[in-house]
Ligand binder design. Structure first.
Ligand code: AP5
Length: 214
C-alpha cells in the first residue's frame, strides 16, 4: 500500500508515519528529513536548501522530486508513506508519473486536520534526540528523565531551526497557498480520506488505520 500523509506543519505527519512503519513495515519517505540530511552535506546545494528551510519557504519542486525518485527504487514490498510530499500541484503530478512508471499505485491520501492554534503549540514545544532522532514535546511527550532520551540514553536534545513563531507563520502561509489545493486535487480523484488530527496520538492513529482499513 502506498499512501500520502497530507497536513500543515505540526499536524502529526511524522508521528503517525512512524507508527505506520512500526505496525505495518512500510517505508517512510519524508522530504523534510531528506532535506535536513542534505543541508548537513556542506555542498552549495545544501547551503541553499538550509536558507530556504530556515525561512519556512518551500524548496524547489525539481530538488524534492529528484530526492523522491531516488528513494522509490528501494521498495521492500511493504509500501511507501509519503510524509511532506507532495506539497505543490507539480509535485503531485510528478508523483503520479513516477508511480505509474514503476507500476505502482497510490492507494490513499490521508488529510490530517488540525487548527492553527494547536499547530503553533505542537511546533513550538517540539524537540528531538540529536543522537537517535526520537521525538519529544514540552507538554505532550516528555522523556522519563528530563534531557535524557528514553530510547538511546543520550543527552543531546535539540530543536529545529525552523520551529520558531516567525518561520512557522511563513510555513503556514506556504501550506495554505501551495499545498492545500492538493486536498481538492485528490478529492476529485476519489483518493482522499480526512481524519481529525486533534485527538491523542493513539486516537489519531486509530482513525488513520480505520481510513486505510488496516
Ligand atoms: P517538514 O520536515 O516536512 O516539516 P512540516 O511539514 O512543517 O511538518 P513537521 O515535521 O513540522 O510536522 P509534522 O506534521 O510531521 O508533525 P510531527 O509529527 O513532528 O518540512 C520542513 C521544510 O522542508 C519545509 O518548510 C520546506 O522548506 C522543506 N520541504 C519539505 N518537504 C518539501 C517539499 N515536498 N517541497 C518543498 N519543500 C519541502 O508533530 C509535531 C509535534 O506535535 C511533535 O512534538 C509531536 O510529538 C506532537 N504531536 C503529534 N501528534 C500529536 C497529537 N495527536 N497530540 C499531541 N501532540 C502531537
Amino acid at each position: 500500500m502506498n499512501i500520502i500523509l497530507l497536513g500543515p506543519p505540526g499536524a502529526g505527519k511524522g508521528t503517525q508515519a512512524k507508527l505506520l512503519v512500526d505496525a505495518h513495515g512500510m517505508i517512510q519517505l519524508s522530504t523534510g528529513d531528506m532535506l535536513r540530511e542534505a543541508r548537513t552535506s556542506g555542498t552549495a546545494m545544501g547551503q541553499k536548501v538550509a536558507a530556504i528551510m530556515d525561512a519556512g519557504e518551500l524548496v524547489t519542486d525539481e530538488i524534492v522530486i529528484g530526492l523522491i525518485e531516488e528513494k522509490l527504487a528501494g521498495d521492500n514490498g511493504g509500501g511507501f508513506i509519503f510524509d511532506g510530499f507532495p506539497r505543490t500541484l507539480p509535485q503531485a503530478d510528478a508523483l503520479g508519473e513516477l508511480l505509474a512508471k514503476s507500476n505502482k499505485t497510490l492507494d490513499s491520501v490521508v488529510e490530517m486536520q488540525v487548527d492553527d492554534e494547536a499547530l503553533v503549540r505542537r511546533i513550538t514545544g517540539r524537540y528531538t534526540c540529536g543522537n537517535c532522532g526520537a521525538g519529544y514535546h514540552d507538554d505532550f511527550k516528555k522523556p522519563k528523565v528530563e534531557g535524557t532520551c528514553d530510547d538511546c540514553g543520550e543527552q543531546q536534545m535539540k530543536r529545529r531551526a525552523d520551529d520558531n513563531e516567525e518561520s512557522l507563520k511563513t510555513r503556514l502561509m506556504e501550506y495554505y497557498k501551495k499545498t492545500s489545493p492538493l486536498i481538492g486535487y485528490y478529492y476529485a480523484k476519489e483518493q482522499l480520506a480526512s481524519v481529525n488530527g486533534l485527538g491523542s496520538m493513539e486516537e489519531v492513529s486509530s482513525e488513520i488505520n480505520a481510513a486505510l482499513k488496516v
